[in-house]
Design a binder for this molecule. Sequence first.
Ligand code: XMP
Length: 182
Amino acid sequence: MAQVLITEAALERRIRSLARQIERDFRGGELVVVALLNGTVPFLADLIRRLTLPLRLDFLGVSSYRGATQPRKLIYTKELRLDVRGRSVLVVDDILDTGRTLSSVVAKLRRLKPRLIRTCVLLDKPARRIETLQADYVGFKIPNLFVVGYGLDFAERYRNLPFVGVLRPELYRLPSGCAIEP
Ligand code: XMP
C-alpha cells in the first residue's frame, strides 16, 4: 500500500483556498477550464465545485508516463472541442514535475489565441524541473518522490485513493527484482 503524504482533510482545505484565490483573480469573467486527462479528475471535480464563477470545461488528453515511472514522449490522446480564442483559460493539471507537459500544453493553447492563460496544479515537484516554468496556482510543493492517489497513478493503478501517497519501494520493483528509479 501507499503511505499517506497529503491527507484527505488537507486536500479539501487547500482546494477550498485555491478556489477562493481563483475566484478573486477572475472576478466577473467567464473561464474556460482546460483539464489534462487522466490524472486531474478527482482534483478537477473538487476544485470546480468550489468555483461559483461562470465556466466552461474542456479536456486535453496528454500522456507522458506510459506504464512506468520514467517519462516518455508526450502524446496528445484527446484534442480540445471548445474555441478558446479571446477567452480566459485556466489549465488544470495534477502534478508539475519536469514541466514538459505543462509547457507543451501552454504553447499549444497560445497558438489558439486566448485572452490569457493561467495554470493550476495540485502538486509541484520543483526538484525535477527541466523547463523554466511555474504554475500560477499550486496546491502543494512536494519533495522528489513518486506519488500516487487522488488521480495519480502507477501503471494506471491507485488513482482512486482519496489521499496522495508514496508507494513503498517494493511495489515498484520490476519482476526481475530491479527497482525502477522514481
Ligand atoms: P512533467 O514531467 O511533464 O510531468 O511535468 C507531468 C506529468 O507526469 C506525470 N507525473 C507523475 N505521475 N506520480 C504520478 O503518478 C508522480 O510522482 C508523477 N510525476 C509526474 C503526471 O501524469 C503529470 O501530469
